[in-house]
Design a protein around this ligand. Structure first.
Ligand code: ME8
Length: 615
């Protein structure tokens, strides 16, 4: 029973003791922990220099975290924990879940390629709470059995989608439960909990209380009037019980201040603004437990076996339990970034820091839901569109700021035009034996493509046109542009820029018609080799930059270009060094074996809805 979501209507009847605000707490769920302990959760730059370093000392009772904790939030070699939400184990995965995981995966892979410090990508399943208890009852099974099955499906889907997760947490695991109990103890010892009675409209599918303003009247299946959530349409039930309350209200001002001081804590910006607006409203205390008699499926409150810890408190602690809380999390915290859907922003932003938020996938303009029978099955999509094809589609078309609509024709059209035709076609044309019979990475000729300060005055100097100079400049700036889009959680924009450059490269190739050039004429040969050299250099850059998104296709492309594994990192990525008079390690190198078409065109297909009876 926790009114975390969109406000709270229930009447609180217990008397809340005033919360102590000094020193001001920075995260609501981490209130009044002893100062050094709490600070472990704070990015260093947020607490400021020496003070932060002092605050990052470990608490007396806990083992000392490694010294790395103090530098975890800054510096190029920092460790970073990236996470996806942990998904409810009440139904099979769909493309929305996969999208969250792919965003996190692409960020994780991109970071790895940049040679940043060691990183972790955590995911998992959220297995407690009323929702799971009811889903198990409906499926005629027990909660542990249901969770075992569904958790397995999520693990399988993420593995099949090549999500490079390093950790998979199940909230039913003993190590997680232990962390949650410890966390509860820290809240209690810090004086942030009190016992009270609570009543209000509870929405089980959303696992939260809803205020009257978020409700509307409908008729249930038997035609009786009932109240439902305005947003999700799910029925709500009046719930009244005794439970533990958390003094969230006391944290409104510090949280507001912290967010104002850290405008990048939540990206993209519209979601940050949205959280600030929520905080302008009332922020009532939260109910953080439920009566065990109603909810036996959950972690019992330590030293009060009549109560079960609220599922959201339990779930959020996964971001700590995954890195060994309470013993070793200091190695990873506070450098933690969370990718979440907009539906759970409030749960995260009001309780947890540093969030990348994305919108939702709809299907033919409708919300994806089991009752509408329009849930899209990621297994079927991967089978139909190939792993890389489907990864590319979701990451290229998904725009975090707004909902995106899914339909099959869109996947086929996009993937065929950008991966099969533009990228695959370019590789095919530029490596064809008819124009490159030696099957090597040919030489660049400075006389054909001389270095100039201002390309507008290039007439008569070489064979490259002003348009060619412009295009080469846009490819040269691509790696930085892509990096900054990844950093800003705008992977779709990074892919848009790459697609644009691929189109320009095709234009370059087409414009100069290398197949018309005569190899026997020495001057023509120099120009022909230069055209192929520039094209292969472009392809090498695209292959390198696309690794986080389409790992298999990028590997195939780079292998064809004979780029060794140790030459595929982003930190050492150069483009066209010969243009700058520097040696190119690829020049003259034998190309890799031709393993056929880079990406086969997709056929049109039917829709991929999940068989909801599967469970
Ligand atoms: O909320 N489009 O789990 P959940 C895009 N267990 N993404 C979507 C989506 C859609 N249509 N539908 C869902 C929970 N998602 C909690 C989280 S975390 C401590 C606990 C994605 O199984 C999106 O990331 O309902 C959303 O936040 C998540 O799945 C919710 O998954």
């Amino acid at each position: 029973v926790l009114p975390l979501h969109r406000g709270q209507t229930g009447a609180r009847t217990a008397h809340a003791p005033p919360a102590r605000l000094f020193p001001p707490p920075h995260w609501p769920l981490l209130p009044r922990l002893r100062r050094p302990f709490r600070a472990v959760f704070l990015p260093r730059r947020l607490c400021g220099g020496a003070a932060a370093a002092a605050m990052l000392r470990p608490p007396r009772r806990l083992p000392r975290p490694p010294r790395r904790a103090a530098t975890a939030a800054t510096g190029p070699g920092r460790r970073l924990l990236l996470s996806t939400p942990i998904f409810y184990a009440n139904g099979p995965p769909h493309i929305g879940h996969l999208y969250s995981a792919l965003l996190a995966d692409a960020l994780h892979r991109h970071r790895g390629l940049r040679g940043a410090g060691p990183g972790r990508l955590s995911t998992g399943t959220d297995e407690h709470g009323l929702k799971i208890q009811q889903a198990a009852a409906a499926a005629g099974t027990s909660p542990p059995e249901l969770c075992q099955r569904v958790s397995g499906l999520f693990r399988q889907a993420l593995t099949q989608a090549a999500v490079s997760f390093t950790d998979f947490t199940r909230t039913s695991e003993p190590r997680h439960q232990r962390a949650v109990r410890h966390f509860w103890g820290a809240l209690r010892d810090g004086g942030s909990l009190y016992k009270g009675s609570y009543e209000g409209w509870y929405c089980t599918p959303e696992e939260c209380f809803l205020p009257e303003s978020q409700l509307t009247e409908r008729r249930d299946a038997q035609g009786r009037p009932c109240k439902v959530s305005l947003e999700s349409g799910h029925q709500v039930h009046w719930t009244k019980e005794e439970n533990y309350m958390f003094k969230l209200s006391a944290f409104r001002d510090p949280l507001q201040k912290w967010l104002q001081d850290n405008p990048h804590a939540i990206s993209p910006d519209p979601f940050y603004q949205c959280v600030l607006r929520w905080l302008e409203e009332d922020l009532p205390d939260l109910s953080v437990s439920r009566e065990r008699s109603r909810l036996p499926w959950g972690i019992p409150v330590p030293s009060d076996s009549t109560q079960t810890i609220y599922v959201w408190v339990d779930a959020l602690v996964n971001y700590l339990s995954v890195v060994g809380y309470p013993e070793t999390h200091g190695e990873w915290w506070p450098a933690a970034h969370h990718v979440v859907g907009k539906d759970i922003l409030k749960f995260h932003a009001v309780y947890w820091p540093r969030i990348f938020v994305h919108s939702h996938w709809t299907v033919h303009g409708q919300k994806m839901s089991k009752s509408l029978g329009n849930v899209i099955d990621p297994f079927a999509c991967i089978g139909q569109y190939t792993l890389d094809g489907f990864r590319y589609f979701l990451l290229r078309q998904g725009v975090p700021e707004r909902d995106c609509d899914y339909y099959d024709e869109k996947v086929v059209k996009l993937v065929n035009s950008e991966l099969a035709d533009a990228l695959g076609g370019l590789l095919n044309r530029s490596t064809a034996l008819s124009i490159n019979p030696s099957n090597t990475y040919p030489c660049f000729s400075e006389s054909c493509f001389p270095k100039v300060l201002d390309y507008r005055g290039t007439k008569g100097m070489g064979r490259a046109s002003a348009e060619d100079y412009e295009f080469v400049a846009s490819v040269a700036s691509l790696p930085l542009q892509v990096a900054s889009y990844f950093e800003g959680f705008q992977i779709y924009k990074a892919l848009e820029c790459i697609a644009l450059c691929v189109r320009q490269t095709n234009g370059f190739f087409q414009r100069h018609r290398p197949w018309k050039l005569d190899r026997k004429d020495p001057a023509e040969q120099l120009w022909l080799d230069t055209i192929i050299h520039v094209t292969l250099e472009c392809l090498r850059v695209y292959g390198t930059l696309l690794q986080p998104v389409i790992p298999h296709t990028a590997d195939k492309l780079l292998s064809r270009l004979a780029v060794e594994p140790e030459e595929r990192g982003l930190s050492s990525l150069t483009f066209l060094p010969r243009y700058h008079g520097k040696p190119c390690p690829f020049e003259g190198r034998q190309l890799g074996p031709d393993t056929g078409i880079l990406f086969h065109r997709l056929e049109k297909s039917g829709r991929h809805q999940i068989e909801t009876k599967k469970l």
